[in-house]
Design a protein around this ligand. Structure first.
Ligand code: HEC
Length: 131
């Protein structure tokens, strides 16, 4: 009985390792690319006639819930690999963005100014967004 269990477990683990070796790398890369797009779509874009979260935040009108989403989204960005451009520049831009969103969340006096400077669509897109 004990023997049988051990065997099944070993076979199962071996199967897992084999399949993840084949698809693991691809999936990881895909997930990261999609993560950036997902953050852009949920925080920086909104249906016509409504303000995206980033606009509300820049106007000082984001709710506590929206600020939580902002911080969560920028945490994902900071951990992601840019699809284009150098990684040091990406790291710098995304950590500034994250730090400024945290500052907004804490209600710090310079939070708004820091966020507006950091959420520069053009500066980041020209360096890191593929054509
Ligand atoms: C810190 C960097 C950074 C900042 C700041 C930034 N973006 Fe992006 N954005 C990206 C990158 C990188 C992509 C490309 C993602 C990809 O193609 O994998 C992108 C893609 C997008 C897309 C396309 C998403 C899709 O579905 O393909 C939209 C829309 C967008 N950004 C809007 C904005 C707006 C609006 C702002 C400013 C308010 C902004 N972004 C600020 C990095 C940034």
């Amino acid at each position: 009985m004990k023997h049988h269990l051990k065997f099944t477990l070993a076979a199962c683990v071996a199967g897992l390792v084999a399949s993840s070796a084949v698809v693991g790398h691809l999936n990881a890369a895909d997930a990261k690319e999609d993560a950036i797009k997902e953050v852009m779509k949920t925080l920086h874009k909104a249906p016509k006639g409504t303000d995206p979260t980033c606009k509300k935040a820049s106007d000082g009108n984001a709710s506590a819930d929206e600020l939580t989403k902002l911080v969560a989204g920028y945490t994902v960005l900071a951990a992601a690999k840019p699809p284009k451009g150098d990684e040091a520049g990406w790291k710098e831009k995304t950590s500034k963005l994250l730090a400024s969103a945290r500052s907004l969340q804490k209600g710090e006096a310079d939070g708004l100014a820091r966020y507006k400077e950091a959420v520069n669509c053009k500066a980041c897109h020209s360096a890191h967004k593929p054509d």
